[in-house]
Ligand binder design. Structure first.
Ligand code: FNR
Length: 185
């Protein structure tokens, strides 16, 4: 049995200077031993429409679902929009949630989020609970991936500079790896 854990990383923000995409990149640049990763994007994925999901899916959706299917587990790093999950990310998850080959179903996940605000995306993370429940995804319980006051933790170029947050991301990935291996047994 393979001991490698391949993860797909998703950012909930599409903007170039995104704190969350920067956090995702920083996390994946410092992977714990025994892990590989790829970033999966969904910029081109159309709004979910069951009519488009009935036959051959749009190419952008097929590509995204294939990339997600390659992953043993997921790291989702997302902003909080209006106390909840950004629409683009939720839309991508909706596309990935259908069919008997739904590529998120039953898999482990770690969730992180960065915000300039003081609550560290906690409300977005709570909004994810029923989504993970429906998809039977196994979320790591600890550490909690909350990053508040983001502008003080990234430099002008958008690189993560805060050592505590780097350490937090690393520990989250270790927990994700360990949970994935445990469930594989
Ligand atoms: C926000 N922002 C925000 N922040 C927060 O802590 N709680 C919230 O509910 C919201 N709501 C919200 C809605 C919308 C539509 C936008 C565009 C923004 C602010 C948000 O945290 C900030 O713009 C982050 O910088 C977005 O993350 P990225 O793009 O830097 O990764």
């Amino acid at each position: 049995m393979s001991t490698n854990v391949h993860i797909a990383g998703l950012s909930g923000s599409l903007r170039k200077g995104s704190y969350n995409t920067a956090l995702l990149r920083a996390a994946l640049a410092n992977l714990p031993a025994g892990m590989t990763s790829e970033i999966v994007t969904f910029d081109e994925v159309p709004l979910y429409n069951a009519d488009l999901d009935a036959g051959e899916r749009p190419p952008s959706v097929v590509a995204m679902r294939e990339a997600l299917a390659r992953a043993d587990a997921f790291l989702i790093v997302s902003p909080e929009y209006n106390y909840s999950i950004p629409g683009g990310l939720k839309n991508a998850i909706d596309w990935a949630s259908r069919g008997t080959d739904a590529p998120l179903m039953h898999k482990p996940v770690a969730l992180m989020g960065a915000t300039p605000g003081m609550w560290g995306t906690v409300r977005m993370q709570l909004a994810f609970k029923p989504v993970f429940q429906f998809l039977d995804m196994k979320q790591i319980a600890k550490p909690e991936g909350l990053v508040a006051a983001a502008p003080s933790k990234f430099d002008e170029q958008g690189n993560l500079t805060d050592e505590k947050v780097k350490e937090l991301a690393h520990r989250a990935l270790e927990a994700l790896r360990d949970l994935t291996l445990q469930l594989r047994k």
